[in-house]
Design a protein around this ligand. Structure first.
Ligand SMILES: Nc1nc2c(ncn2[C@@H]2O[C@H](COP(=O)(O)OP(=O)(O)OP(=O)(O)O)[C@@H](O)[C@H]2O)c(=O)[nH]1
Ligand SMILES: [Mg+2]
Length: 323
């Protein structure tokens, strides 16, 4: 991955402009995240003191279930309550942001001229850990820019959804009749991650069936007496039907999280995971450079000669590296 040849950005000025609500500065900062710019550390350091207020809602589900349509409707609903909204559409399958999201732009155009809304797509380019790693950082940019709510739409299926969902305070899992229905969701492992289940395209045949199956499957999950019980909400996103019910379900989950410090615990766990991931990546790249390292070669010779065993040799190597 060759970094794009761009001039170094004046990070403090960009952060100041982003905080003042300048969309171009927000876009520039997210590009630095997306490109894994060498200036990323500087960006994160500058953002750290000015973040932590945004509430993050993840929206995930199989391709075509209506995530973007629902996101756009949710933007409208949150804007109606006067909140500033950021939208991050992440595409784990594409190295290019934009392409796959052309349709999304059409669906989001209701909000294109609203200064209280930032819409941004993001792809995997340049990232070791992919979007799981860059999503929380892009969320911080939107948080610093004053977004009260950040909606994160994940395109795609499988592991990436689970990873991106772990950046969210409340995760919405969307299903629809005929596509991404309950059985498929169970297979994809996304029945464990939803805080709210949305059965979209309820104008279509089979929607009741999806709700029934989903209810049956959720009932099988073992939950303690204090556990959150994910509600199921039916919507017709293209007509905006049920969207207020989704907003109400998010508010209820949020209130539940905020009660008794659960939100802080959840965010703490996330910070632990994020720091570990960054530290492990750093360690791995340090170890990755060891091929051809004389210390490693010497240890290999000693293992082959029977002077030491691979475990003891590995301990010795770690000691040498961290010494
Ligand atoms: N009948 C019906 N169609 C819908 C509804 N919501 C969305 N659609 C349509 O379903 C198609 C896919 O909607 P999107 O919002 O792009 O779905 P998505 O999940 O974002 O799709 P990807 O980002 O490609 O995974 C579009 O043609 C929408 O108009 C609904 O409630 N009822
Ligand atoms: Mg979409």
């Amino acid at each position: 991955m060759v970094p794009r040849a761009v001039a170094r950005s004046d990070v403090p000025t960009l952060v100041e402009q982003a905080r003042a609500g300048q969309p171009r500065a927000v876009a520039r900062l997210i590009s630095l995240v997306e490109d894994a710019s060498p200036q990323l550390r500087e960006v994160m350091a500058a953002l750290a003191p000015v973040t932590g207020t945004a509430y993050v809602v993840g929206i995930t589900g199989a391709p075509g279930v209506g995530k973007s349509t629902s996101t756009s409707a949710l933007v409208g609903a949150f804007r109606a309550t006067g909140q500033r909204v950021g939208v991050l559409a992440v595409d784990p399958t594409s190295p290019f942001s934009g392409g796959a999201l052309l349709g999304d732009r059409v669906r989001m155009q209701d909000h294109a001229t609203d200064p209280g809304v930032y819409i941004r797509s993001m792809a995997t380019r340049g990232h070791l850990g992919g979007l799981a790693w860059s999503t929380p950082q892009a969320i911080r940019v939107l948080d610093a820019a004053g977004c009260d709510i950040v909606l994160v739409e994940t395109v795609g299926v499988g592991q990436s959804e689970v990873e991106v969902a772990s950046s969210a305070d409340t995760t919405l899992v969307l299903l629809a009749p005929g596509m991404g229905d309950a059985v498929q969701a169970a297979k994809a492992g996304i029945l464990e991650i939803g805080d709210v289940y949305v059965v979209n395209k309820s104008d279509r045949d089979g929607a009741h069936q999806v709700v029934r199956e989903l209810r049956g499957m959720l009932a099988l999950a073992e939950r303690g007496p204090d556990a959150w019980r994910p509600p199921i909400v039916s919507t017709v996103a293209v007509k905006g039907e049920g969207v207020d019910d989704v907003v109400a379900a998010v508010a209820k989950h949020r209130a539940w999280l905020e009660d008794g410090g659960r939100l802080d615990q959840r965010r703490h766990r996330r910070a632990v995971e994020e720091i570990s991931a960054i530290a492990l990546t750093a360690l791995r790249s340090r170890f990755g450079d060891l091929t051809g390292d004389q210390r490693l070669d010497a240890l290999a010779d000693r293992v082959l000669a029977g002077d030491t065993d691979p475990y003891a040799a590995a301990d010795e190597l770690v000691d040498q590296l961290s010494g």
